[in-house]
Write a protein that binds this ligand. Structure first.
Ligand code: ATP
Ligand code: ATP
Ligand code: MG
Ligand code: MG
Lengths: 252, 252
C-alpha cells in the first residue's frame, strides 16, 4: 500500500518542513520505506537532513524532464529514508511551469513509476499556492495542513480549504485532507489555547489529536542536519512526532 | 523626503508582516505620513490593521491597471497611517504578471504619482521571490530583511543576498539594504544567541542594533486588528519596534 502525502499551507513558517522531515523519519524508524520530496526552492528539508542544496539531479531536473525520479532519489544516511532534493532553480519553476501544456500533472507522472516502492511518500511544499504546491496537491492522495498556534495561521485556514476544494474538483478528485496539525503550541499562552479551541470547534473532524508543542530542541535539530527524533529522541517534540506518525498511519 | 521600504525575505514566518505593520504605525505615531502597501495574497497586513481582506479596490486592481493607487489608498483609523489593502486575487498575479511586457515596474509606476505625499511607504512582501516581491524590490529605495533567530532563516540569507544583488544590477540600481532585523529572538536559548552571533559576524555592517524579542503580546495583537504598539504600548515588543523606527530614521 503506497500513499502520497503533501504537507501544505501557504502561510509561512508554520512547521511544514519540520513536519515533513520528522514524519518521514518516524515512518522510516518504524521500518517502512519512506521517500521525502523537497518541493521548496529554499531546500530546507534537504538541508534539514544534512544534504547540500545544490545536489544534482534535483526535483527541478525531474520536473523539467532532464532526469527521471529514479535518478534523483538519493540515500539520507537514515535507514529506510530516501530523499529527492530541492534546488534553488525551483524558484524559476513557478514561472516556467505554467507555460508548459498540462504542467500540473508533471510531478504525479514522475512519481508514478517509483511510487509503489515506498509505503509513504511525503511532499514538502513552499509557502505559496503557486504551481509547485499545485503540482504536489495533484500528485498527492492526502494532505496534512500544519497550523501554527497563532492568529494569522488560523485566519488563513478558510481560504486554504477553499483552494483545496478547488484542486479536488478540478484536478485531483481523490485528494482528501488527512488532517490539520497544530504546531508550535505553547500551552502556557492564552493565544495557543484560543487558537486550538477555535480550530477544533470550526473543523471538528479534521484536527489531529496530536499537538506538536513549541520545543527548542526542534529548532536546534536542523543545524545538526538531523530530524529532531534523532537529535533528541526523548524530548517533547520527538514524542509528539512519534504520536503523529501513529495517528497518521491509523487514519489511513 | 519620501522613501520606499520593502520588507522582504522568502523564508516564511520570519516577522515580515509584523515588522511592516508596526514600523508603519511607529512612523505615524511620530507624526510622519506613512503608507503601508500589502503585497501578499494572505492579506495579513490588511487584517492586522482590522480591515477586511476583500476590500476593493486592492493593490491587485492597481497592478492590473483597473484602479489608480490614489483610488486604492484608504484610512486605517490610525492618524497619519494609510493602507493599500491586498486581496486573495494576488495569488493569481504571480502567474499573470510575468505575461505582461515590463511587468516588473508596474508597482513603481503606480506609486510614482502619490509617493511624495508620504515620508515613508512600506511594502509588505509574500514569502517568495516571485513577481510580486520583485515588483516591490523594483519600487523600493531600501529593503529591510527580517531574520528570525532560527537556523533555517540564517541558512537562507546568503541566497537572499544573491537575489538582492541581482535585482540591484538588473532592475533597480538605487536599491540598498537598510538592514537585517533579528526577530522573535528568545535570549534564553542558545539557538537565538548563536544565530545572532553568526549574523553579526557574517554581515557586520548590515544588522540593526535593535533586536525584536519573542513576546506573546506581539502574537496577540493581530487578533484585535491592531499593531502591538497600540495593543500594549509598553510591552517588550512595542519598545523594540519604537527603537527600530528611530534606528531606521537615523540610518536614512
Ligand atoms: N515545534 C516546534 N518548536 C520550536 N520550533 C519549531 C517547531 N517547529 C518548527 N520550528 C522552527 O520554526 C521555524 C519554522 O518552521 P518550518 O521551517 O518547519 O516551517 P515551514 O512552514 O516549513 O516554513 P516555510 O513556510 O518557510 O517553508 C523553523 O526555524 C523551525 O526550526
Ligand atoms: N516578536 C514576536 N514575538 C512573538 N510572536 C511574533 C513576533 N513577531 C511575529 N510573531 C508572530 O509570528 C507569526 C509570524 O509572523 P509574521 O506573520 O509577521 O511573519 P511573516 O514573515 O510576515 O510570515 P509570512 O511569510 O507568512 O508572510 C505571526 O503569527 C506573528 O503574530
Ligand atoms: Mg518549509
Ligand atoms: Mg507576512
Amino acid at each position: 500500500m503506497a500513499t502520497v502525502y503533501a504537507i501544505a499551507n501557504q502561510k509561512g513558517g508554520v512547521g511544514k518542513t519540520t513536519t515533513a522531515v520528522n514524519l518521514a523519519a518516524c515512518i522510516a524508524e518504524a521500518g517502512y520505506e519512506a521517500l521525502l520530496i523537497d518541493m521548496d526552492a529554499q531546500a530546507n528539508a534537504t538541508v534539514g537532513l544534512g544534504i547540500a542544496k545544490d545536489s544534482e539531479p534535483s526535483v527541478y531536473d525531474v520536473l523539467a524532464g532532464d532526469a527521471t525520479m529514479e535518478e534523483a532519489i538519493r540515500p539520507t544516511g537514515i535507514e529506510h529514508l530516501s530523499l529527492v532534493p530541492a534546488s534553488p532553480d525551483l524558484a524559476g519553476a513557478s514561472v516556467e511551469l505554467p507555460r508548459i501544456e498540462n504542467s500540473e500533472v508533471r510531478l504525479r507522472e514522475a512519481i508514478a513509476p517509483i511510487r509503489d516502492r515506498y509505503t509513504f511518500t511525503i511532499l514538502d511544499c513552499p509557502p505559496s499556492l503557486g504551481p509547485l504546491t499545485v503540482n504536489a496537491l495533484v500528485a498527492a492522495d492526502r494532505v496534512i495542513v500544519p497550523v501554527q498556534a497563532e492568529y494569522f495561521a488560523l485566519e488563513g485556514l478558510a481560504g486554504l480549504l477553499d483552494t483545496l476544494g478547488l484542486i479536488q474538483r478540478e484536478l485531483n478528485p481523490r485528494l482528501t485532507i488527512a488532517g490539520m496539525l497544530l504546531t508550535m503550541h505553547d500551552g502556557r499562552t492564552r493565544l495557543a489555547q484560543d487558537v486550538e479551541r477555535e480550530v477544533r470547534e470550526h473543523f471538528p473532524t479534521l484536527v489531529f489529536d496530536t499537538v506538536i508543542p513549541r520545543n527548542i530542541r526542534v529548532g536546534e535539530a536542523p543545524s545538526f542536519g538531523r530530524p529532531v527524533i534523532h537529535h533528541d529522541p526523548h524530548c517533547a517534540g520527538s514524542d509528539a512526532y512519534f504520536e503523529l506518525a501513529k495517528e497518521v498511519a491509523a487514519r489511513g
